[in-house]
Design a protein around this ligand. Structure first.
Ligand SMILES: Cc1cc2nc3c(=O)[nH]c(=O)nc-3n(C[C@H](O)[C@H](O)[C@H](O)COP(=O)(O)OP(=O)(O)OC[C@H]3O[C@@H](n4cnc5c(N)ncnc54)[C@H](O)[C@@H]3O)c2cc1C
Length: 472
């Protein structure tokens, strides 16, 4: 510890060890295996410690990146964790699933000519090191007895809860599922984000005083008004995500063996279908599976289907490879594992037998026309180019929107027609004392953007409650 290392001017990141594709395609163990201490220190010395800290500006939760990396370079991992966790409540999660290439690493000066510093990889190392080596329990700050309710325990809710608990608020998170974590638990598969790690980071929040109540569907068990008027909460943050799957509305979508990616991944992750027969919930997918869509959710569903034993897994996407919305790394991993990409193809009908089970899918070939409102070239069907693929299972992964329950049970909560909650610049909703953020406001986005919103809302709630109590 404390030893000054020479700057490492290597143009490329220290390689992250990973399970070989031919082995990992049939197990749910983590794909990327993480840095050793030596590798983390080696990568940390690639950081130039820029005075103007461009990487920090690329991080929605303002992690003090050069500071924590400097400590890693010195071998002082505990201090590195303290710095990292002072602004990020879920660093083991972020080190694994953040699209760093579009955030902090996209601003890294080393990245102008060569590869950026592996900020995410170093972050993951520090968080894992702490979870393995920390001996002392966290000590909650003195409680100010002002109660704040958080609806939803995804990254937005957990971040808001953690930040408020650190400020001394009495925070309770209400979660509809039987386990906390949101998409981190029910969506992102084990091989990208081990569930035990998510629970370890949530446990640290509990040590800070955050209370988590599962199996509590707000809008059913309590309305927002009841939380405030009867349960004594002075402020509420809604981080209820975007868990309502979209469908294509084509013929055959009601056949047996058509899943939404949401249901499929929930069964695999949360109900641990991948551990069947040890676990109670099996999932039958057969040998030929097609996943419709080209985002991270589609990649996760396809790679999970392969690991469950399918021989042929297709990704069917209506644009070309260039427009695939999934992270490049996920696309590369999927390809290495043998997922078959049917690009420029759009499903027109899901085919079935008389008993009502999927037998295949009919698609039409597409070509790219002029750019549409999203700036991407519009896919246009080529007349007469229909083709069929024989299948046992179809998984639809074309998007999600916010669940309507809260807006339906809260008349004074203004929402967009597509379901997103309307907020102002401070993330306050139309309802007094209620803030919202994450996917419930933006529609399906990313973990770190949801965390950024949770952080901003926590600061707004703190300001609101301080002002309210000064007035009294
Ligand atoms: C399969 C999949 C893979 C993804 N991969 C990535 C990735 O690699 N990187 C990345 O950055 N992002 C990824 N994302 C997106 C990311 O996970 C989300 O943007 C993020 O989780 C949103 O966080 P949130 O807190 O807003 O909502 P969520 O994580 O959706 O959490 C919302 C929580 O609220 C609960 N809830 C809903 N309604 C109620 C209610 N009425 N009462 C109580 N509780 C309620 C839900 O059960 C849920 O637990 C992925 C998403 C999916 C689905």
């Amino acid at each position: 510890m404390g030893e000054k290392r020479k700057p490492n001017m290597s143009p490329v990141k220290v390689t992250m060890p990973e399970q070989p594709a031919e082995i990992r395609r049939s197990n749910f163990g983590e794909v990327a295996l993480g840095y050793t201490a030596e590798m983390a220190m080696e990568e940390a010395t690639r950081c130039l410690q820029c005075k103007h800290r461009p990487c920090v500006k690329g991080c929605p939760v303002n992690v003090r990146i050069p500071e924590f990396i400097a400590k890693v370079a010195e071998g002082d991992f505990l201090e590195a964790y303290r710095i990292l966790s002072s602004t990020n409540n879920l660093p083991a999660v972020c080190g694994r699933v953040c699209p760093q290439e579009k955030q902090c690493e996209s601003r890294c000066v080393r990245g102008i000519k060569h590869e950026a510093v592996g900020i995410g990889r170093i972050e993951r190392f520090v968080a894992d090191w702490y979870l393995e080596n920390a001996k002392d329990k966290l000590v909650p700050p003195p409680c100010n007895h002002r109660k704040v309710a958080i609806v939803g325990s995804g990254p937005a809710g957990l971040t808001c809860a953690g930040d408020l608990a650190k400020l001394g608020y009495d925070v309770t998170v209400f979660e509809a599922f039987h386990v906390a974590g949101g998409v981190l638990m029910y969506g992102i598969p084990e091989f990208r984000l081990p569930k035990a790690l998510v629970q370890s980071e949530i446990k640290l929040l509990s040590e800070l005083g955050v209370k988590i109540k599962c199996d509590m569907v707000i809008g059913r068990v309590f309305s927002l008004d009841e939380l405030m008027e009867e349960e004594g909460f002075e402020a509420i943050f809604i981080g209820s995500g975007a868990g309502l799957p979209s469908f294509m509305n084509i013929k055959g979508e009601n056949l047996n063996q058509v899943y939404s990616a949401n249901e499929f991944l929930t069964r695999v992750n949360l109900m641990q279908a991948w551990r069947w027969p040890e676990a109670a919930t099996p999932i039958n997918i057969g040998k030929r599976v097609a996943v419709i869509g080209g985002g991270n959710v589609a990649m996760d569903a396809a790679r999970s289907a392969q690991r469950l034993g399918a021989d042929e897994v297709y990704i069917i996407y209506r644009r070309s490879e260039e427009e695939l919305p999934a992270r490049l790394e996920e696309v590369e991993h999927a390809k290495d594992e043998g997922i078959i990409f049917k690009l420029l193809s759009n499903p027109v009908e899901i085919l079935g037998n008389d008993a009502g089970w999927v037998t295949g899918i009919r698609c039409i070939s597409m070509e790219l026309g002029e750019p549409d409102a999203s700036g991407r070239r519009r896919p246009v069907a080529i007349p007469g180019s229909e083709f069929d693929i024989e299948l046992d299972t179809v998984i639809v992964a074309i998007g999600q929107s916010p669940n309507p329950l809260l807006r339906d049970t809260t008349p004074d909560l203004n929402c967009h027609s597509w379901g997103g909650i309307i907020v102002d610049d401070t993330l306050a909703t139309s309802k007094e004392g209620v803030w919202a953020g994450g996917d419930a406001v933006t529609g399906a986005a990313t973990v770190i953007l949801a965390m950024g919103a949770g952080k901003q809302a926590a600061a707004s709630i703190d300001e609101y409650l301080k002002a309210k109590h000064e007035e009294v």
